[in-house]
Ligand binder design. Sequence first.
Ligand SMILES: *Cc1c(COP(=O)(O)O)cnc(C)c1O
Length: 398
Amino acid sequence: MTSKISLAHGRDYLAIPGPSVIPDAVLQAMHRPSPNIYAGELVEMMPALTEDLRRVAGTRHDVAIYIANGHGAWEGALSNVIAPGETILAPASGRFTHGWAEMARAIGAEVELIDFGTSSPWDFDRIAEALKADTDHRIKGVLAVHVDTSSSIRNDIPALRDLLDELGHPALLMADCIASLGCDRFEMDAWGVDVMVAACQKGLMVPAGVSFVFFNDKAKAKRALMPRVSGYWDWQPRAEPDWFYQYFGGTAPTHHIYGLRAALDMIHTEGLEHVWARHERLAEAVWAACETWAEGGALHLNVSDRAHRSRAVTALRLTEGRGTPLRNYTESNLGLTLGIGLGMVCEDSYFRLGHMGHLNGQMVMGMLGGVETAMAALNIPRGAGALEAAAAALADKD
Ligand SMILES: *Cc1c(COP(=O)(O)O)cnc(C)c1O
């Protein structure tokens, strides 16, 4: 027995970069008995559901849905367009690019990885070098992680498209928007992205378990040339099903469909442009607080330039391995769970703030207040006025 009081009793706040906070409307939509999977409402929901998903992705092209997490969508995308022995180029700004590249290697691809470290965006000169050296076009796909959730780097996808076009390189531009979709602006068709992977548990606000591969006609043409495609991951019948069963290659993820329907309604009712603008404003509040704390010398934003920061997640480093103690403090004393350091040399020094999906101004202020409280309790040196700076970022725009 301890006599110490805890301030953790109350509504917990999971502020990690996925899974994100699930809206009550999504939870309520999922709370139902199993529906008929052969006829009726569930079957009739699918055309509008896929249409609304395509609107979030900014594409008029196809989407295949998998009962899988993001790793499944990674494999689904690769399986349809990259044959054993073919090469992919992977410009890496963090752990997740390495993960996708490892999966490519596992299906027999040759991997050309350019490692930009854990706090720098792509260097287009080095990507250009690799593409120019590939005179016989062995590279069939470029694995482009939009927001790398481990580093919180946001990469410039349109600039990568421009580079491929400028060099006349025919490789497919394959984007991972698992962390960014529904948070950071992304427009698949306007940006010339050929394949895009996403999952439902981050900006889409649904429990983990469903993921997506969007693909255009160029990717479809490459799929048609494949010597073989794994039956389960084949995107063709999922995107153009003859009957309901084929959407999911078997039994549908019934409850996820209802949850996703509710989440898409929320996104489109707010308006995608407004969803992006909300994430931008909330991220500016997070950055304002973190930049102020950083003046004390103990805390560092992993990405120094705002132009390269994600609006969905912020990776931070504390000196002397104090990231883990800070997370432990907020979780056990305040009911606030922060993200662990991932893919870093000293992971205990790092922590991440998730600010994706279903969150508003008071949640972000609460999260930042929790961090401020933990820093005070742990005597971590910090600049004064971080919460005031965050409030000003939220307040002074209109
Ligand atoms: C979360 C994430 C993944 C992995 O998704 P899982 O659902 O955990 O398999 C891959 N890429 C990025 C950018 C992510 O944020």
